[in-house]
Design a protein around this ligand. Sequence first.
Ligand code: GAL
Length: 361
Amino acid sequence: MGWNSWNHFADKVTDADVRAAADAMVTSGMKDAGYIYVNIDDAWEGERDAQGNIHPNSKFPDMKTLADYVHEKGLKLGIYSSPGPKTCGGYEGSYGHEQQDANTYAEWGVDYLKYDLCSYMDIMKLHDSTQDPQRANAMMKSAYAKMHEALVKTHRPILYSICQYGVDSVWEWGASVGANLWRTTDDIRDNYHNMALIGFSQAGLEEYAGPGHWNDPDMLEIGNGGMNADQYRTQMSLWAILAAPLLAGNDLKQMDDLTKSILMNKEVIAVDQDSMGIQGYRAGPPQVWVKPLSGGAKAVAIFNYVTDDEAEPITLQLKQVGFSDPVHARDLWAHKDLGTLSGSYTVTVPQGGVVMLRMWP
Ligand code: GAL
């Protein structure tokens, strides 16, 4: 859990923005709710010196001082690079400098690396005159494994997030190249259609996630303004059911109360962070999702994935989510105990919205 600069600040991000995010993470209560990583995405990179050492650009005067600032708040710092010569934003990548960059990150005090394929795609084609997809895939895996090994050699624990937009079924091999999380899709955007497409398309990937190695359906858009409250509650709920990384992508220093109530719903966060680390699955139809939790409990999310019809009551059969006897239930957005349910539960879910329950025997 944490924050990443890209969705809101994109290539404009500065040292001051990152410090402000760290400040707000503490003062808003997000840190207490579990958000720990403060991640700088693309556009921090400057030039290499004569020895090949990477330096930040003028927007980031001193990375070590920035890391110290973040650490003093009890938070961790993330950074971004690419296995290619250039990042997606056209900045300096780590190609040919993997160990050197890993060492630099460790010296600065970096705790998290997002490693984004970007221009390495050109290398995969360049070095492969036959255009053999298997060979390209092997090159990609070895580029990711190379940085993993470089990070390990620094002897600093650095979380490893790989980003190659889900190609070549990364969930099948991400853990084998040392990734702690791997992006399963293309970039998220701050609109309901795109978010829902990404989130609901995660059905079936649950068998690949587990403690230490997670599917990453990209960052949160909550608070960025392109969706309504019901739709943002859908993103938070679905990401929690998916045991997905919760990386806020908004401007933390300007959060309204509604945004805070969504990002800091501790009962929903507890579903995401449950100690069993099981990714939930679709029990449909239509969009009923279930996540097994510790102690025999389950989180059940009923989504209303329509945008143009009147919301109508949806009836959930408890058997559909694996309960044959009466269960205790609590509504995690209404923060309300529902008492004991038997047989079924009928509820009207707002359009684009969700009702999320915790059920236990
Ligand atoms: C994209 C990546 C985004 C962001 C961006 C930065 O490839 O998917 O999450 O990191 O590059 O340039």
